[in-house]
Ligand binder design. Structure first.
Ligand code: AHR
Length: 630
């Protein structure tokens, strides 16, 4: 297989092709990357999810009762729990929380807080303990500041003396009822954080943030996905509700089957992007909800104003109305923002009428307003030419291929003759030859699906002038409660469950070799698919290829030369292959087994007398060759 790469021609790339979408699905926010350990910390509720004591248990026979006190902690958090002893001389009472299906307990600093209402002379005890035995791994005494007629916050730090052997642990707060007026106290907003990524207050879970940072992403799309849209036009992800002290964040019902805290709010998303050095595509609510609620033209302006406020919050100067709110929250510097996406999948939720309303007035009205206020920002429409959108001048489309491996291979040249789009969501979701969306998604990213993804990504990168960015979605899945199986990483309370899927290895590799320019390559295409280019900053040549040799398992011999590369030049070849002995194309990484179905091998190759690098592409393999050896 002869491939000859020219030294000129091709296109400049954006430099930030590879990223991911994050929305709270699969408890990927609460119970996922948002590091809060306490589940149902503030008894939040919504129409869809009535207030409850989910996650809480009484300690020493205390009665736990949800109340709406005359003096609530805040309007946003009006429900609190009253913890009452049976009798005042029965010893300390309290409540314990199960966490997001367990808690990882280690000898490290946990930072906690809780609000109390009611007079109390005495100490609180906060402890981390086994859910199975009486073992207490660490506890701390907190002197009460609590008073009769107000809410008082108590903060503490807790360093366990020993690591827990597993994650089946709980967090408890107890108090001595004898020190209270009537044997009871009211509690709300009980919070506990382990150390967070880059030590951010209210920050991200370290191991999950790290596994995503290790993907070398350069761009993030947020806050959804369907989460942005909400179930109806009253319950979309309202960014204004996600700002400021947790005490003032009401939470919302989300769209994925569970109440959300709003703890991972807009500022936290922006800080996440900043900590990872990511460009941002921010989605703004565009007046269409998942139930098909379409906002008529005369009612759209408040949503447009809201989107402009949101952008101002992100990039406005610190003396602007919303820039000053950001500054008051500790971030006077504007964040970086390149892209604003108007809505999410507006071709889907509202049927034809929703899509028509998007094309007729919603997109044009939002586009005009954003262009006028922020001409430097690139507007993205939430659909593509493939859903029939005639993409207006100056706007990028957004295309979401959730596909079978075979279909992803067909993506390779999809954008050769198309206008510019982002690939806002992509993943292999269904096996070849199955019933597609009439059935479930496949169980985990699997090897042939990953190879299919590689070919679609290579195809998108070949068209880097038209596809400035590609995003995997969704990225995280809590193995205890999930709605969408296909995710880059799976996790649970126990960090040992954090699992890099087969696709993780692909995305990590492909993003680690950034081209600044593509270069024309001559050679046959299929079943070997490839893109070539260079990195001008490093002075290197790069080739990315994947073999989809499904009918003939014989390796494909490759002879690859770059114009101007001479005999003796060295290159690093990194190869991903199926690690299973039987080469099962359905092989996947199972969090319960801790296996790895991906073998990653590196070779240093030397160009032969014709200046060509020679290597074999085994059955269903992915490879990257880079003349930069670092
Ligand atoms: O990524 C999961 C969902 O798929 C997203 O929320 C939505 O945009 C798409 O349909």
């Amino acid at each position: 297989w002869d491939i000859k790469v020219s030294s000129s021609g091709g296109n400049a790339t954006s430099g930030h092709q590879y990223g991911f979408l994050h929305e709270d699905i699969n408890n990927s926010g609460d119970g996922g990357i948002y590091a809060e350990l306490i589940r149902n910390r503030a008894f939040q509720y919504s129409e869809a999810y009535p207030v409850s004591l989910d996650g809480w248990h009484s300690v020493n026979g205390a009665e736990l009762k949800l109340n709406r006190l005359e003096l609530p902690l805040s309007d946003a958090l009006p429900v609190s729990v009253n913890v009452a002893a049976d009798t005042c001389d029965s010893g300390p009472v309290g409540m314990a929380n199960d966490g997001y299906w367990g808690m990882d307990v280690k000898v490290q600093k946990y930072t906690g807080s809780f609000w109390v209402h009611g007079s109390y002379e005495g100490n609180f005890t906060a402890s981390l303990q086994s859910a199975l035995t009486d073992e207490v791994f660490g506890s701390v005494e907190i002197v009460s500041q609590s008073v009769a007629d107000d809410w008082v916050e108590h903060e503490f730090e807790l360093i366990p003396e020993t690591d827990a052997p597993n994650s089946n642990n709980t967090f408890a707060i107890t108090f001595d009822p004898e020190g209270t007026a009537d044997g009871s106290l009211d509690f709300n907003l009980i919070s506990l954080f382990p150390p967070t990524y880059k030590d951010r207050k209210n920050g991200l879970r370290v191991d999950l943030a790290q596994v995503l940072a290790d993907l070398h992403p350069t761009i993030i799309r947020l806050p959804g996905g369907n989460m942005l849209e909400g179930l109806d036009n009253r319950t979309w992800w309202d960014w204004k509700d996600t700002l400021g002290p947790l005490r003032y964040r009401p939470g919302f019902q989300g769209v994925w089957g569970y109440q959300q805290t709003h703890g991972l709010g807009l500022l936290e998303y922006l800080q996440w992007a900043e900590d990872f050095d990511l460009e941002i595509v921010v989605g703004v609510f565009a007046g269409l909800a998942l139930n098909g609620d379409i906002t008529p033209p005369e009612k759209l302006q408040p949503f447009i104003d809201d989107a402009l406020d949101q952008i101002e919050f992100i990039i406005g100067p610190p003396d602007s109305e919303w820039g000053s709110v950001r500054a008051s929250l500790g971030h006077p510097e504007p964040f970086r923002l390149l892209y604003v996406e108007i809505g999410n999948e507006d071709w889907l939720a509202g049927g034809e009428a929703g899509w028509q309303s998007y094309m007729d007035y919603r997109l044009p009205m939002f586009q005009a307003a954003v262009n006028e206020a922020y001409p430097q920002l690139q507007v993205i429409a939430s659909g593509s030419t493939h859903e029939g959108l005639e993409i207006p001048e100056g706007v990028l489309g957004d295309y979401h291929p959730y596909r079978t491996p075979d279909e992803l291979v067909e993506e390779f040249d999809k954008f050769d003759n198309d206008v510019a789009h982002i690939i806002g969501e992509v993943a292999a979701t269904h096996p070849n030859g199955g019933i597609g969306w009439d059935g479930e998604l496949f169980t985990f990213p699997w090897w042939i699906g990953t190879v299919g993804e590689a070919i679609s990504m290579i195809g998108y990168e070949r068209n880097a002038d038209r596809i400035p960015a590609t995003f995997y979605a969704p990225i995280l899945r809590n193995m205890n409660r999930w709605q969408w199986a296909m995710t880059m990483v799976q996790h649970a309370a126990d960090p040992a469950m954090t699992t890099r899927s087969t696709s993780w290895y692909l995305w990590e590799l492909i993003a680690a070799h950034i081209m600044t320019h593509t270069l024309p390559a001559e050679g046959d295409i299929g079943p070997l698919y490839y893109v070539a280019g260079k990195n001008e900053d490093k002075g290197s040549f790069i080739w990315k290829g994947a073999a989809y040799n499904t009918t003939d398992s014989a390796p494909i011999p490759v002879s690859l030369s770059f114009e101007g590369v001479e005999e003796g030049t060295k290159a690093l070849l990194t190869m991903l292959t199926n690690a299973e002995e039987d080469k099962d194309p359905y092989a996947y990484n199972d969090p319960h087994l801790g296996n790895n179905a991906v073998e990653r091998t590196t070779f240093v190759l030397t160009a032969n007398e014709e200046g060509a690098f020679e290597f074999d592409m085994p059955e269903l393999s992915i490879a990257i060759l880079d003349t930069d050896l670092n």
